[in-house]
Write a protein that binds this ligand. Structure first.
Ligand code: GRF
Length: 201
């Protein structure tokens, strides 16, 4: 099976990136994280990638005059890694329509809520404020609407009595670390099945 090249975009801690790398190494295919692109100098995600010998590129959004300029630089960096799939794993920038269109059908995002509930920021705080009994995370295709693309998969966790934002976030994050690698694996297997038999040989 052709090994799919996955480029991960991250902005911070990189725990979802680490979960992806661990899963790819454990399963030994059908995909590998081959490139990590980050918009924040000093982000832990860059360290995680480097520790695993994965190529990194920094595209610091503060050095671009406009979002369009940043998006163009980001696309150039991504394309250099020749990815089959782009995964946003804690990538905290809103992307423009042209950028989203360029990667249509091959870009996934992990979001810490059961979409369509709680798009945007502070999802755990908002879920607690509403008194919901169930929360979770979603992997979805990236579309022009923020956190609005087609849902690929979700994982549910209970909201327990006494939960605060930190305990709930930790429970959801554990679920994210299982959901994202499994969604990427399924995406890559589906892609491999749709390729002509000679591809990747
Ligand atoms: C995750 O909760 C992700 O769903 C959200 O930002 C957080 C990133 O965490 N978009 P990490 O950088 O993967 O540790």
């Amino acid at each position: 099976m052709a090994l799919a090249r996955v480029t991960v975009l991250a902005s911070g801690r990189g725990s979802n990136l680490a979960a992806l790398i661990a899963a790819a190494e454990r399963a030994a295919g059908p995909w590998a994280v081959t490139h990590v692109v980050c918009n924040r100098p000093g982000a832990r995600a860059l360290v995680v990638a480097t520790e695993h010998g994965i190529a990194t590129t920094l595209v610091d959004h503060t050095t671009y005059a406009s979002r369009a300029d940043f998006d163009a630089a980001l696309a150039t960096a991504i394309d250099r890694g020749e990815p089959d799939l782009v995964v946003l794993a804690g990538f905290m920038r809103v992307l423009g329509d042209a950028f989203v269109a360029r990667y249509a059908g091959r870009m996934l995002n992990i979001h810490p809520s059961l979409l369509p509930a709680y798009p945007g920021l502070h999802t755990h705080r908002r879920a607690l404020a509403d008194g919901v009994t169930e929360h979770g995370c979603t992997v979805h295709a990236v579309s022009a609407a923020v956190d609005g693309g087609a849902i690929v998969d979700q994982a549910r966790v209970p909201v327990l009595p006494g939960d605060d934002e930190a305990t709930l976030a930790a429970r959801v994050l554990e679920a994210e670390h299982r959901l994202l690698p499994s969604a990427v694996t399924r995406w890559c297997i589906a892609r491999a099945r749709s390729l002509p038999p000679e591809a990747g040989r």
